[in-house]
Write a protein that binds this ligand. Structure first.
Ligand code: FPP
Length: 232
């Protein structure tokens, strides 16, 4: 494995372009999502090899519920299936699996698969893999505001309390955000947490994004000069 002078502690990815990949291969859209799972596997493996402690993936946004019913069902099936398939692998490699998002609309089946997966991998200490499912940044801020309205009705709270009320409270803010398929948008992802994250947009479609593309994105990050609004 290559060596890097500087690596991010938390890489987050907006995995985009599965539909277009399928279209280009004259396949139904869901085949793009299935192929996308292979890219997830490749990137997880890379993080484990390099010792990157946090990887998060935007797998399903709140807005994605508005896709055709058939695609939504197929995606839900794929999430449940992938968890089942990867469980032993994750335990073996010390991957702690965490799902964050609004789980109210998931089937009982999917919710129990998620709980089981999170319970069985809770001791993993090599990589925390966060999968954002039914998540949106505005929803996260709203649920945090609702909590704070109860715990701090006098309005006497600061940035720290807001960070702690978000669903990501136990996860550090991302250092690097990668978005595939050339789209230059945040798409209602971690709006609060991405304040000082370095962004790398690549043209590659998610199912084609494998080890080499990931290493290229890390090289790009290595060149960035992070000043957090200060002067060097
Ligand atoms: C965006 O491509 C991708 C998604 C909405 C689904 C992402 C899900 C996976 C890759 C499945 C595996 C994930 C896990 C964690 C098991 P798109 O459909 O918006 O593509 P398009 O913009 O080309 O239509």
């Amino acid at each position: 494995m290559e060596s890097f002078e500087k690596l991010p502690s938390h890489v987050s990815i907006i995995m985009d372009g599965n539909g277009r990949w399928a279209q280009r291969h004259s396949l139904p859209r869901f085949k793009g999502h299935y192929e996308g799972v292979e890219s997830v596997r490749a990137v997880v493996e890379c993080c484990c090899e390099l010792g990157i402690p946090y990887l998060s993936l935007f797998a399903f946004s709140e807005e994605n519920w508005n896709r055709p019913q058939d695609e939504v069902s197929r995606l839900m099936e794929l999430f449940a299936l992938s968890m089942k398939n990867e469980l032993n692998n994750f335990i073996k490699n010390g991957v702690r699996f965490v799902v964050l998002g609004n789980r109210e609309r998931f089937s009982e089946n999917l919710n129990s698969a998620i709980d089981e997966m999170m319970r069985s991998t809770a001791a993993g200490s090599a990589l925390t893999l966060v999968v954002f499912l039914s998540y949106s940044g505005r929803w996260d801020i709203l649920q945090a505001a609702r909590k704070l309205a109860v715990t701090h009705p006098d309005g006497n709270f600061g940035m720290e309390e807001i960070s702690s009320a978000l669903v990501t409270s136990r996860i550090p803010d991302p250092d690097l955000l990668i978005r595939t398929s050339g789209e230059m948008r945040i798409s209602n992802y971690m709006l609060w947490q991405l304040s000082y994250t370095e962004i790398v947009v690549v043209d590659t479609l998610w199912p084609d994004f494998r080890k080499t593309s990931f290493l290229d994105a890390l090289r790009e990050y290595e060149k960035r000069d992070r000043r957090f609004g200060k002067v060097k």
